[in-house]
Design a protein around this ligand. Structure first.
Ligand SMILES: Cc1cc2nc3c(=O)[nH]c(=O)nc-3n(C[C@H](O)[C@H](O)[C@H](O)COP(=O)(O)OP(=O)(O)OC[C@H]3O[C@@H](n4cnc5c(N)ncnc54)[C@H](O)[C@@H]3O)c2cc1C
Length: 469
């Protein structure tokens, strides 16, 4: 049943008001308004579901032959590892509710095996980190393992709330993380280790300290049971698939959008196939590197901005391990390295004796690998792996190379914020341009990742309703 959309709902300014009214009757149907949503990731699908629920006529158009975008379950590999978004935080209210409502089962992920360290090719067992001669940290810092060093930012974190990263009073921290960490007294050795496998910036000089505070603040606010994460039991892509399955109009798959033009009364969306869709409004949910490729009537400053935001570089090599080669040597099974290999995460495949092992390379270290062809890149990473762990070779097979920066539909794993961009670029990127609206994780205000994508779809749907209702 289509609920009634009232002026009061829209003036309340959030979907909380709209959702609260959903159990009401359907005394007045709105004239059906066509909204084209470009991109069938979480943000686009969430926007479409909300609009459809309120009597609009959404049509989602997707370039690829699958939905989910940066959620990509590698179903062809044993254990179906995630090539994209992997864990759902316990604070992801929209994601968890959507999974519950659509009957997508979630579980606690199988435990990632314990992490040992390689510094300069010297192996440091996890229990010896603090005392190991190869640990480069000064005395007061030696107890902290490399992956926890950034968490020390929470001792000075000024962001007490999720949206505070836009607070003008805090903009002094929207400076280079490299100089910011130095000013905070982080030793150079700690800064080097933080930059070595940093998931939240390609390099510290070009990353805003504010954005690191934002990430660490999100983790820091969670404690105890709230730290538990979830994943979809059959693979995270099942969630966007279930969302797409709810829509009255099937997602148009394999239809890249090439242009969006608008007049004062309608918009025209052109597909690579030559087909043209007319709509009352359009929501663009593409990551910025993909959005840049679309021919749109954006003012020059806005168009330039699309190219000024960095995207995080991630390369993954997904491997299958037949036997726990690490056990004889007394290793835990996962590794943090300061080598080309970055981090190696291993976890058991439930119900089997095998393991998924993922080499995960972050940031500018990906550059030299991204310019290689698929085979050369896979060979380079595998050779580095066999050199570091000769015992792995006999029992490990390579399953899939994933390079997010080279994916034309993504251009990277997630948006990064350069110094100064929290105040200016981020708000500008989500502002509507006439009848064209913008969603996607890069436009989210409160959350990041999957929940940020959902939040952004919700906000864009509300903006469209305000225009068309
Ligand atoms: C390696 C990796 C690990 C991650 N880990 C986590 C995690 O643990 N937890 C978490 O919360 N988040 C994680 N994320 C982030 C999370 O997956 C994303 O934030 C979220 O899925 C983004 O959704 P979106 O709708 O904004 O964009 P997308 O999912 O990118 O959707 C955009 C869609 O637009 C389509 N498209 C592109 N160009 C065109 C075109 N021209 N025409 C039509 N369609 C087009 C794309 O194919 C795509 O389907 C991870 C991401 C990656 C890559």
């Amino acid at each position: 049943m289509t609920p009634t959309l009232t002026r009061r709902h829209l003036l309340q300014g959030s979907l909380a008001g709209l959702t609260a009214g959903m159990s009401g009757g359907c005394a007045r149907h709105l004239p059906s308004r066509r909204v084209v949503i470009v991109g069938a990731g979480l943000s686009g699908l969430n926007a479409a579901l909300i609009l459809e629920r309120w009597g609009f006529d959404p049509q989602v158009v997707e370039a690829q032959e699958r939905v989910g975008g940066r959620l990509w379950t590698l179903d062809h590999l044993p254990g179906s590892p995630e090539g994209g978004g992997n864990v759902m935080g316990s604070h992801y209210g929209r994601i968890l509710k959507m999974a519950h409502d659509l009957g997508v089962p979630l579980r606690s992920p199988p435990r990632t095996l314990p992490t040992d360290y390689f510094i300069g090719n010297q192996r440091i067992p996890r229990d010896d980190w603090a005392s190991a001669p190869a640990n480069p940290l000064p005395d007061a810092w030696r107890n902290t393992p490399p992956s926890r060093l950034m968490g020390k930012l929470n001792a000075s974190n000024p962001l007490l709330k999720t949206r505070a990263w836009h607070d003008p009073a805090l903009m002094a921290t929207d400076q280079s993380a490299l100089s910011g960490l130095r000013a905070l007294g982080f030793p150079e050795t700690a800064i080097t280790l933080i930059g070595t496998n940093n998931s939240y910036g390609n390099n510290l000089a070009d990353t805003s300290l504010m954005s690191l505070y934002r990430v660490m603040g999100e983790f820091g606010r969670l404690s105890g049971p709230a730290l538990a994460v979830r994943e979809a039991t059959q693979g995270n892509m099942r969630l966007p698939e279930a969302m797409a399955g709810q829509l009255a109009r099937p997602v148009e798959m394999g239809e890249p959008v090439t242009a969006v033009h608008q007049s004062s009364t309608e918009t025209r969306v052109t597909l690579a196939s030559g087909k043209v869709l007319n709509a009352d409004a359009v929501i663009m949910t593409l990551p910025l590197p993909a959005l840049q490729q679309i021919d749109m009537d954006l003012p020059r400053a806005r168009a330039n901005l699309l190219g000024e935001v960095d995207y995080h570089k991630v390369i993954q090599l997904h491997c299958i391990v037949e036997a726990p080669f690490w056990e004889n040597a007394g290793w835990g099974g996962s590794w943090w390295t300061d080598s080309l290999l970055g981090r190696i995460f291993t976890r058991p495949i439930p119900g089997t004796a095998r393991y998924n092992m993922t080499v995960w390379i972050n940031g500018d270290d990906c550059d030299e690998l991204n310019i290689l062809n698929e085979t050369a890149c896979t060979d380079t990473i595998s050779r580095a792996l066999w050199d570091l762990m000769p015992d792995a070779r006999e029992v490990t097979s390579v399953g899939q190379l994933v390079r997010w920066s080279n994916d034309p539909h993504a251009g990277g794993a997630w948006a990064l914020w350069r110094p100064g961009q929290a105040a200016t670029a981020h708000p500008a990127l989500r502002a509507p341009a006439g009848r064209v609206f913008f969603a996607g994780e890069h436009t989210a205000e409160s959350y990041r990742g999957m929940e940020g994508a959902m939040e952004s779809g919700e906000r864009a749907a509300l903006e469209v309703m305000r225009l068309l209702a």
